[in-house]
Design a protein around this ligand. Sequence first.
Ligand code: PEP
Length: 248
Amino acid sequence: MANRKYIVGNWKMNGLRAQLSDIADIAELAESHKDVDVAICPPVTLIAQATDKAPGFMIGAQDCHFANNGAHTGCLSAEMIGEAGAKLTILGHSERRTDQHETDAEVKAKAQAAHAAGLGAIICVGETEQERDAGKAIDVVCGQLEGSFPDNADAAWLTIAYEPVWAIGTGRVPEVSDVEEMHAAIRTKLTELMGKGAGAVRILYGGSMNGANAAQLLAVSNVDGGLVGGASLTAEKFGPIIKAAAEA
Ligand code: PEP
């Protein structure tokens, strides 16, 4: 049986109070597509206000610390973002793996912390263009998955996002056959790591998904949804992706 589709918007470092109305518009769209799970991950500063503005709509964060509390200036624990209203968090996004030098071991610890705080976790994996050109994409992605994989993983709270680094924010999208091959490899790796519960873990595709290409990407075997950056910032752009998921 196919997994329920999951469409998640990653607002990155975009969004001030004025954009809360976009979240309300997106929440309204999600309400009319109840067969799809939809979430927006705005900057942390908007989480509490977004949950007030769109009660019942799924709001997430873009990161959390692996510790519960302590001397970590500028960081936020999973419990803190949960208290603000987040129901999930993105972890190990390639921008954080690059800019903040996050390691697989840290991503794993963060996922465990997120779960302990009652949050869903979306672990991002993906190869660089250089790694793809060298024929190493599957090895790199499966290696990241294994290294970042939390103990006691369960589809009830864990999601994987395959995001080729070279496709993020570039308007470039891999061939459908490459997406299919990678998602199948991730499914096989998940089965190796967690056994028969692996089939229910949703694997999202991310990287320049938009209203024009979503239907094609979401129809690919083992693509259970999308992690969307630029095209998630307004209901006008995000709406066609939610609709495509509902029709997939
Ligand atoms: C992302 O950063 O997770 C992403 C997929 O971005 P974009 O959709 O803008 O490529």
